[in-house]
Design a protein around this ligand. Structure first.
Ligand SMILES: CC(C)(COP(=O)(O)OP(=O)(O)OC[C@H]1O[C@@H](n2cnc3c(N)ncnc32)[C@H](O)[C@@H]1OP(=O)(O)O)[C@@H](O)C(=O)NCCC(=O)NCCS
Length: 177
């Protein structure tokens, strides 16, 4: 499959009936620091969090959940945090992670956020590549951040520089709101 396989992708806010698929994705993609079912349910219902799901149609025409990302916002803050992103390993490397990041950034902008921050394991090659390709810059390190003692690298990107969006390489219109 090529990156074009990401073409039929739909990204939408998660619903409670996505919960089983979200829990399965969480268990399949994270070996440590997994979110529990209750926490995912809480995030779907939260007013300050956005859970986005990525769906593709399988050969039978059924929609399959192939990725998800969670954005956290704080009241009275223009800084948002990507607390999780995952793509099904069967669909890795097709550009779905990039499409989800674009949707997360659009969602943050829609809520008036001007900065997106995240933490990533320093040994997560795919994650580092995904973020750096989209213009995220490392600004801090957190020692022993993960359950297994691995450090986190903290990354951020301003969302106000849409005209020079490195992921798009061309001017784009900002959504209002
Ligand atoms: C990180 C993740 C979301 C990326 O999703 P994806 O759909 O594969 O992402 P994309 O296809 O858009 O891009 C991945 C990039 O990483 C690269 N990559 C993939 N595996 C890699 C590896 N092991 N080492 C280095 N780079 C890697 C790809 O080549 C691609 O870079 P390119 O565009 O320059 O070719 C996915 O790998 C994942 O779910 N991992 C497990 C969960 C996780 O680690 N989440 C991040 C927590 S911070």
């Amino acid at each position: 499959m090529s990156r074009a396989a990401a073409g039929g992708l739909t990204v939408r806010p998660a619903r409670l009936d996505d919960l089983d698929a979200l829990v399965a994705l969480e268990h399949a993609t994270f070996a440590t620091d997994r979110a529990e079912r209750r926490a995912i349910r809480h995030a779907i219902l939260s007013k300050t969090m956005s859970v986005l799901v990525a769906l593709l149609r399988d050969d039978d025409g059924a929609c399959v959940l192939v990725g998800a990302a969670t954005l956290e916002r704080r009241r009275n803050s223009r800084s948002a945090r990507l607390s999780s992103i995952a793509v099904s390993s069967a669909r890795a490397g097709l550009g779905l992670g990039g499409r989800l990041m674009q949707a997360v950034e659009d969602e943050a902008r829609r809520h008036g956020c001007t900065r997106l921050r995240l933490e990533v394991r320093s040994d997560n090659g795919a994650g580092l590549r995904l973020y750096e390709r989209r213009g995220y810059r490392r600004f801090a390190v957190r020692e022993s951040y993960y359950e297994d003692g691995m450090e986190a690298w903290r990354y951020e990107r301003l969302l106000t520089d849409a005209e020079s969006d490195p992921a798009l390489g061309r001017p784009r219109q900002r959504r209002s709101g």
